[in-house]
Design a protein around this ligand. Structure first.
Ligand code: ASP
Length: 331
């Protein structure tokens, strides 16, 4: 990027509330995706002071519709764009419900130090005090900043900058719905200036072994939620359906009910790896001395939805339990 000219940012639209409208400006829930990426760009004229922007619509859906195949398509597009010397950074607009899954997936498979920023909004574009326009402005500012290089995939909403590995959605409706929990966010954007105060400590992008070369589909990984009085039937159903990996949203520090333990034993007989994560929403599931004996993998800092992404990518490389466990400790 030259110091005199504006950075060139690729702006990729995928849908979500940021691209949605409702029948009235006080309706904050009953909305649908109606706006293309060009309309989002047009709604924030100040973006032209930050960057030269190239727009593309990759898909335009509520993020609950996003599939593994769509992730593969998006990642291929992102890596192609990042290989282009003319592109300085990428902004992806996305629904917030599954934003952390896409951001974390890209964080593991993007091979570049150029900034990739995933952004959404909690209020539809038609709402009073819609948060999308400022979030988008901040995302373009972040993607165009040399300070954001080499930090892995970033997420910004509500003036905060988060690492894809740490962030998750923790509120159903507030504009302050994203949190990096006790690790904290990486920085803030205020008055059009980026303030970063820490770096992500987990390895990402080029420092992971994950490439998508030759990967046509991702291994199917299911998440099973554990609870009092859980049954074995969900494990039996997953195995019968051909699952290739199971993530258990366990209680507390990833502890398992007796039926989940039986499910793990059954899965092991079919060579299906099981990851112990936690349904608590924060904290680390620490490795137990019994994990190796039981064929289990501890999710460490990853919540169940991110553990699903890492296990699916891990299974494209190896089925060795110890290697998969080390991935969970590093990424
Ligand atoms: N349902 C929306 C989505 O994830 C929620 C949002 O974007 O805030 O696409």
């Amino acid at each position: 990027m030259s110091t005199t000219s504006l950075p060139t940012i690729a702006l990729l639209g995928t849908g979500g509330t940021i691209a949605s409208t409702a029948p009235s400006n006080t309706a904050l829930t009953d909305y649908s995706v109606t706006e293309g990426i060009q309309a989002l760009l047009k709604a924030v004229p100040a973006l032209s002071t930050l960057a030269s922007i190239q727009c593309a619509q990759v898909f335009n859906v509520d993020s609950r519709n996003i599939t593994n195949n769509m992730l593969l398509k998006l990642a291929a597009r992102v890596n192609r764009l990042l290989n282009d010397d003319a592109i300085d950074g990428i902004v992806i607009t996305h629904g917030t419900d599954t934003l952390e899954e896409t951001a974390y997936f890209l964080n593991l498979v993007v091979k570049s130090i150029k900034p990739v920023v995933v952004v959404g909004a909690m209020r539809p574009a038609s709402a009073l005090s819609a948060d999308g326009p400022l979030n988008l402005y901040n995302a373009v500012l972040l993607a165009g900043s040399p300070l954001a290089q080499g930090l892995g995939v970033l997420v910004t909403l509500n003036d905060s900058v988060h690492a894809a590995s740490l962030v998750s959605k923790t509120h159903t409706s507030h504009v302050n719905a994203f949190s990096s929990h006790e690790q904290g966010c990486l920085g803030h954007i205020s008055q059009g200036r980026l303030h970063l105060f820490q770096q992500p400590h987990r390895s990402h992008t080029s420092a992971t072994p994950f490439t998508l070369k030759g990967v046509k589909t991702l291994p199917a990984v299911d998440i099973l939620y554990d609870h009092q009085s859980a049954g074995l039937h969900l494990y039996e159903a997953c195995i019968a359906a051909g699952t290739q990996g199971i993530v258990i949203a366990g209680t507390g520090n990833g502890s398992l009910s007796p039926q989940a333990e039986k499910g793990v034993r059954l899965a092991r007989k079919h060579n299906i790896p099981c990851v112990r994560s936690s349904r608590t929403g924060s904290g680390i599931v620490t490795s137990s001395q019994y994990d190796a004996r039981r064929g289990l993998i501890a999710a460490h800092a990853l919540n169940p939805q991110k553990a699903r992404i890492l296990l699916a990518l891990a299974l494209t490389q190896t089925s060795d339990r110890a290697t998969v466990q080390s991935y969970f400790e590093h990424y």
